[in-house]
Ligand binder design. Structure first.
Ligand code: GLU
Length: 474
């Protein structure tokens, strides 16, 4: 047997890939990459009422956007129902499970009776030791596992430690319903076993399931995989994550302009750390991640921190790489589709040239859309309020002189030649540089903030720059 690590991400396709699910996928992926193993993907679509094709597509899309690639084809849990049935029937043959024949009303009465005695509403095991010949005729029956009644079931969890469950609290739960469909609890075990999963990494809301699932593993004589139940994500205020806190689908984060790498960096740090390192590349995370280092305590999601981290990743990124990801993400960004529609080759070149200045001022790609707006603006530019405030009559007079100075540049038009022309002009006229640069910025971009004004002049080019300045002095 090889020691190769096999993890899996097993989302239920009942909605988008939410942020907690993305982090679970990330931890499975990082652990697989770190150990040279593989990560499988299983779509847990056994619940036919709630599972949708659209949700499956959204999950695959979200994982793909984040770059959390899985190995092989995604497995449909529903498609494996015959195998789940086979194992349940085998457990009956092995004497580890049995058919029970209660109607829903009888089960309800049983639970009521237990409650009345102050006991947990559990199945009373009344078919456990009866001979199959006593079965009522013509009734199919549900298969229940024979759970141990004494002692404890211990889950050896790499995050939670040793978690003990008294067996008296486990009842003989159903593994195959009377309609022949497996329960979720059973399907997960059979799938994880058949898929060769060695490490289960999932949210700690599944911890009690782990005890029941251990019962099935033991009954089949299968080795229990390594278990890691990671704490759920809470809001910044410590309450359960809600939409307001950021419990959104990952596509919402794409629309808000976060880079996949920054989001992964942020998610990895929710519950896991590597010394004081806050900014990590994917490569760093892969080399440093170990599931045993994940904390037990709930992690808190903080938008401000995510945004700051995203800004750091943007500034660190190579201009062309950031340009490429920006262009690819434009259709999803607020205000992005309008820009995408006008992104011709000339503007692409301008955008790339402006990137060093733009990325200094943006924490998200949405802010980059806003920062880049001046490249796409049509003459005469609409000035925002602050820009209009910078263009009083004195400033317009200065702007007239600056226009002439720039128009006189005879050789190459560049940030350096523009800067030299403006500095000479300012000095000759006794103006402070800012008194020239600010009105220029307002005229060129319609804003009071922008990348450096000489870079703006260079990116816009001679004709467009002079025309925009001219529009404000005529
Ligand atoms: N399908 C389950 C969920 O989405 C995960 C089950 C598991 O990881 O074992 O919560």
């Amino acid at each position: 047997m090889s020691d190769k690590v096999v993890t899996r991400f097993a989302p239920s396709p009942t909605g988008y890939l939410h942020i907690g699910g993305a982090r679970t996928a990330l931890f499975n992926w990082l652990y697989a990459k770190h150990t040279g193993g593989t990560m499988l993907l299983r779509i847990e679509d056994t619940d036919r009422e709630r599972s949708t094709e659209a949700a499956t597509a959204a999950i695959l899309d979200g994982l793909t956007w984040l770059g959390l690639s899985w190995d092989g084809e995604a497995v449909s849990q529903f498609a494996r129902a015959p195998r789940h049935r086979e194992v349940a029937e085998e457990l009956v043959r092995l004497g580890k499970a049995y058919y029970s024949y209660e109607t829903p009303a009888e089960l309800e009465a049983m639970r009521e009776a237990a409650r009345a005695k102050g006991l947990p509403p559990r199945y009373n095991g009344q078919w456990r030791d009866r001979h199959p010949s006593e079965a009522p005729p013509g009734v199919k029956g549900a298969i229940r596992i024979k759970a141990p009644t004494e002692g404890e079931t211990i889950v050896h969890d790499r995050v939670q430690g040793e978690v003990r469950f008294p067996n008296k609290d486990l009842d003989d739960f159903i593994i195959l319903r009377s309609d022949g469909n497996p329960t979720y609890m059973h399907a997960v075990i059979v799938d994880d076993h058949d898929m060769g999963v060695t490490h289960i990494i999932r949210g700690d809301d599944h911890l009690t399931n782990a005890a029941r699932q251990t019962v099935i593993y033991n009954a089949m004589g299968w080795a229990v995989p390594s278990m890691s139940h990671i704490p759920l994500i809470h809001g910044a205020d410590g309450a359960k994550l809600s939409k307001r806190h950021g419990a959104l689908g990952v596509e919402a984060y794409r629309a808000m302009g976060y880079l996949p790498e920054a989001l992964l960096n942020y998610l990895a740090r929710l519950g896991w750390s590597h010394g004081d390192d806050e900014v990590m590349s994917i490569k760093d995370m892969i080399s440093w991640f170990d599931i045993g280092d994940v904390n037990k305590g709930a992690a808190r999601f903080d938008f401000a921190k995510l945004e700051a981290l995203n800004g750091v990743h943007m500034r660190q990124m190579d201009d062309k790489a950031l340009f490429d990801i920006f262009v690819a993400t434009l259709p999803y960004l607020e205000g992005g589709p309008a820009l995408a529609a006008r992104l011709d080759d000339k503007r692409k070149a301008q955008l790339l040239a402006a990137m060093p200045g733009l990325k200094e001022r943006a924490k998200t790609l949405v802010e980059l859309v806003d920062g880049a707006a001046f490249l796409f603006a049509e003459r005469p530019l609409q000035l925002d309020e602050k820009a209009a405030g910078l263009l009083g009559s004195d400033a317009r007079a200065i702007l007239g002189g600056a226009h002439a100075a720039l128009a006189a540049i005879s050789g190459e038009w560049s940030a350096a030649t523009a800067e030299a022309a403006i500095r000479d002009f300012a000095q000759a006229g006794g103006h402070k540089l800012g008194a020239v640069a600010q009105p220029l910025r307002a005229a060129l971009t319609g804003r009071s903030t922008s990348p450096g004004v000489f870079d703006v002049l260079a990116v816009l080019g001679r004709a467009e720059s002079l025309a925009r300045i001219g529009d404000q002095i005529d």
